[in-house]
Design a binder for this molecule. Structure first.
Ligand code: SF4
Ligand code: SF4
Length: 202
């Protein structure tokens, strides 16, 4: 089956978009004096799905740069991740399993991590295509910080996500030759993306 290709220029666009996300995130984090250092939690065990072929491919570009033995180890961890998630879901629970890319608390594919990994933490705002505005309060630790600042009457900075997400949609459209509607929707965890391998054309 032919494979989808994230070409050089498109890959570069995604890398630049990720850099802009990081910049926008850091700006808000700095203004709030917020960071993950010292947090008793690690958000890499949160259960999230991801929704683009572009990010799926970019993740695999990162994986391919690792030694083969490390790739195999990650695939084994991803398989175990899926087994544990299925078990939790069969018990009616939301899975909470450490991401197969996390080693000793750190992301081993930091440069290739996905949008959700890059935006979770600080307060954010997004306008949906139907005009509805969604507000994200940030993680529990950031919310505590925000509450303290509100009590002092300080302005709360918010990360604007709309333009960033629209650019990701544009990249996805170009990757799929503006025929996105013909492809199955992506709704996969990172572990599923790893175990399935790179996405193929149908
Ligand atoms: S995003 Fe928030 S909850 Fe998650 S590790 Fe960072 S400080 Fe902790
Ligand atoms: S890809 Fe990296 S940052 Fe994202 S959940 Fe996995 S380990 Fe954490």
């Amino acid at each position: 089956m032919p494979r989808l290709e994230l070409s050089g220029p498109l890959e570069q666009r995604l890398a630049e978009l990720y850099a802009r996300m990081e910049e926008a995130y850091d700006k808000v984090a700095r203004a709030l004096d917020f960071g993950c250092t010292g947090c008793p939690d690690n958000c890499c065990d949160s259960y999230f799905q991801h929704h683009t072929y572009a990010e799926w491919l970019y993740l695999h570009h990162g994986l391919r740069q690792l030694a083969v033995a490390k790739q195999q180890e990650i695939t084994e961890r991803a398989t175990e991740y899926l087994r544990r998630c299925a078990k939790a879901e069969a018990q009616g629970l939301r899975p909470q399993v450490m991401c197969p890319l996390n080693e000793e608390g750190l992301c081993i594919l930091y440069k290739h991590r996905l949008l959700v990994c890059r935006t979770h933490g600080v307060p954010a705002k997004m306008r949906r295509p139907d005009g509805r505005v969604l507000n994200f309060p940030g993680c529990f630790r950031c919310q505590q910080l925000v509450d303290g600042k509100r009590e002092q009457g300080l302005e709360i900075p918010v990360m604007p996500r709309t333009a960033l997400l629209m650019e990701l949609v544009d990249i996805e459209n170009e990757l799929l030759c503006f025929r996105r509607h013909l492809y199955p929707k992506v709704n996969l965890t990172i572990a599923e993306m790893i175990v399935r391998g790179e996405p193929a054309l149908f």
